[in-house]
Design a protein around this ligand. Structure first.
Ligand code: PLP
Length: 433
């Protein structure tokens, strides 16, 4: 739940000082609600943990949730930002984030994305040898020198769904470590167009403990030593990615973000000191652990039915188009009845389903709440990878999103209207009459 969540005397769910029932009335449902205080607290805890490191910085991973207001929050809280597309980069630049605090990621960046990054002096995290050639070509053409990091495939995987593991040896992300010599040899021949700044890795998402990161610290320190000893190439920046999990259901017990940052700082210091190497700048890239529990989605419950198996289905007015995670990788969530928070939990198998035309559009199986038609259903921890993965499936507009803080709520993403849906449509002349 967000930090500010509590229940008032009417048994309504309050977030950021706002009654979620009033928000639903005012802005409609489904509605994404983002609690500013929760974001701020996660960031402050992360900073406090990282304070154990002499030269550390936090880059929020924009893919978790990005819009102009979020980019402004990133700026206000003094973070750097990771972007993975032209759209995210454009949003960051429009929010006047300093380009030197941006990193462009991606396993298949387009020429246009690379040109935009180079034009603004944004560092590029290069994914492999063929991308290195493309970056060098564009840099030479535009008479720029690209500041690059290389993303390594470290062969370490967190204990999470395989769709969100990225660090193994069979991954579409990063440079296999055994290609590092070739990569560096090419870099050394491209001194005018490429400035090698550092190494990066990201092992995957929703990791609950430090174990995989401990291995990462040693692998990265070995790489830095290898580059120093064999090529006299200094590594200024070591970026260990993001991936810290959050609690979606009561069985989830992730490490607090402070301990994750402090633990990483300690391990990197140990790994580098043991090898006698100067400490590089350390970057952490948390996404979900900054924004995930700040988000709550409220839905209005519609029709109910109980089928032969005994399952009771309660249909929500949203579903897989605003939250594709359960259908994509069986993500689990926790819900409450925001208009009667004292409703006793129940053994009845109430399954909260979405309104979209897929049987797999199930938001929570056996939700354990006695939801009924007309209730306002709050689904927690929807701040990360909900809006950013949302779609217009069944030609529905995406919900509005409000930012709540100290009792006030402001729209940061307007609800998409039917007109918005039509705005990109074009009809060939021969079909027009
Ligand atoms: C390169 C990189 N950095 C950071 C993140 C953020 O991960 P999380 O939101 O799990 O912290 C991701 C997520 O996929 C990523 O690919």
């Amino acid at each position: 739940m967000p930090l500010t969540a509590h229940v008032d005397e009417r048994q309504h769910l309050i977030i950021g000082g706002c009654d979620t029932n009033d928000l639903a009335q005012r802005f409609g449902t489904p509605l994404w609600i983002i609690d500013y205080a929760t974001i701020e607290q996660s960031v402050e805890s992360c900073k406090l943990g990282l304070a154990a490191y002499p030269n550390g910085s936090i880059h929020y991973a924009g893919k978790a949730f990005m819009c102009l207001a979020m980019a402004k929050i990133v700026k206000r809280l003094g973070l750097g930002l990771d972007v993975v597309s032209e759209g995210e980069l454009y949003t960051a630049l429009k929010a006047e984030l300093e380009p030197s605090k941006l990193l462009l990621h991606g396993n298949n960046k387009s020429e246009s994305e690379l040109r935009m990054a180079l034009k603004h002096g944004v560092k590029i995290v290069v994914d492999g040898i063929s991308e290195l050639s493309l970056v060098a070509k564009i840099a030479a053409e535009t008479k720029k020198t690209a500041d690059i990091l290389v993303r390594l495939m470290p062969g370490v995987e967190p204990d999470t769904h395989h769709y969100i593991q990225t660090g193994g040896t069979d991954s579409k992300f990063g440079l296999p470590i055994d290609e590092l010599d070739d990569f560096i040899s090419i870099v050394l021949g491209l001194k005018d167009s490429i400035r090698f700044r550092g190494i990066h890795t990201h092992i995957g998402s929703q990791s609950h403990d430090l174990t995989p990161y401990l291995e990462i610290a040693d692998i990265l320190a070995d790489v830095v030593l290898y580059l120093k000893d064999n090529y006299e190439v200094p590594v200024e920046i070591v970026d260990v990615g993001g991936g810290l999990g959050i609690a979606y259901v009561k069985e989830d017990t992730p490490l607090p973000i402070h301990d994750w940052a402090a633990g990483l700082a300690k391990q990197v210091i140990r790994a580098f000191s043991e090898r006698g190497i100067e400490l590089p700048e350390l970057i952490l890239e948390p996404g979900r652990s900054i924004i995930g529990s700040a988000g709550v989605t409220v839905y209005r419950a519609g029709h109910e039915k109980t089928v032969a198996s005994g399952t009771r289905y309660v249909a929500l007015d949203g579903g897989m188009a605003d939250n594709p995670r359960p259908a994509t990788y069986n993500a689990r969530y926790t819900a409450a009845i925001a208009n009667r928070m004292n409703a006793e939990s129940t053994q009845t198998t109430t399954t909260l389903v979405g309104r979209y035309c897929e049987s797999g559009d199930i938001i929570i199986k056996d939700a354990g709440i006695p939801a009924k038609s007309g209730d306002l259903i709050a689904v927690f921890a929807t701040g990360a990878y909900n809006y950013s993965m949302a779609s217009n499936y069944n030609r529905t507009g995406r919900p509005a999103c409000v930012l709540v803080k100290d009792g006030s709520a402001e729209v940061i993403l307007e609800r998409e209207t039917n007109e918005d849906l039509l705005s990109q449509d074009r009809v060939p002349a021969w079909l027009s009459d």
